[in-house]
Write a protein that binds this ligand. Structure first.
Ligand SMILES: [Fe+2]
Ligand SMILES: [Fe+2]
Length: 247
């Protein structure tokens, strides 16, 4: 398993591992800064490949912050492997995740971020925005890099395939296609819920006016991130309402 590494914004790297069995990329984002940050640890089985990839950019032992969106193996499964490799690294996530999962799961205590709290890594500033149950998980949240206007958006804008690192194309169309395929699967259906909060949460992310949507699965979208986020809410509503009607 060999990673593809692309710099999608100054000193912000997308480290992509493609898994053919799932026809899916798993993307991890490394910020090279005074206090280096890794967003998405990857699964435990991916750790050797991820460590090798990170080592081409920084000394892995110099990692200071390890973060993710919600408690799931592709988000934070290899957290303890990274903590062992980086003695000064601290897990950082929302207060809910820190309390309900990470205080026990992690080999070192986490920093729990309040809504809109800023994590500074040096030249970069990350705003924590809680998004409970979007894409899924009580503890879900995203980080917004304010200098370059990059939204580390986890499973939002999920796309299938071994796609290009960055696209200006129809990422919402790709998202709909992936979501519909999952929704037709007896195992993968109900990937994301649509609730009364979904549109409101997406509107608050859109208000950040992101220039890049750094998706965990698929291409990073470059363009009008606000419009894409709002449109993705309609995709979630339509795809989930069709399947609900079919029940
Ligand atoms: Fe997820
Ligand atoms: Fe994911």
């Amino acid at each position: 398993m060999t990673a593809r590494i692309d710099e999608i914004a100054p000193d912000l790297y997308r480290i992509s591992l493609y898994v053919p069995a799932f026809d899916l990329q798993f993307n991890h984002f490394l910020v090279r800064d005074d206090e280096p940050l890794l967003f998405h640890t990857g699964m435990r089985g991916m750790f050797p490949a991820m460590r090798e990839a990170v080592a081409t950019l920084i000394d892995p032992a110099s990692l200071r912050w390890i973060s993710w969106s919600h408690f799931e193996v592709d988000e934070c499964g290899a957290l303890n492997e990274w903590l062992a490799a980086a003695p000064n690294a601290t897990p950082v996530c929302g207060q809910v995740g820190a309390m309900i999962n990470i205080a026990d799961f992690s080999n070192r205590p986490p920093r729990g971020l309040k809504p809109d709290e800023i994590l500074e890594t040096g030249r970069h500033r990350f705003r924590f925005v809680p998004t409970p149950h979007l894409p899924h998980g009580w503890d879900a949240g995203v980080l917004f890099e304010e200098t370059e206007r990059v939204l580390l958006c986890s499973d939002l804008m999920h796309q299938l395939g071994d796609v290009e690192p960055v696209t200006t194309g129809d990422v919402v169309g790709r998202y709909r296609q992936a979501f519909e395929i999952y929704q037709q699967s007896p195992v993968l259906m109900d990937y994301m819920p649509y609730t009364e909060n979904t549109k409101r949460q997406l509107a608050s992310l859109a208000a950040l006016q992101p220039r890049l949507l750094a998706a965990m699965h698929g291409s990073t979208f470059a363009g009008d991130g606000a419009a894409a986020l709002v449109a993705s809410g309609e995709v979630i509503r339509q795809v989930t309402s069709v399947s609900a009607a079919a029940v």
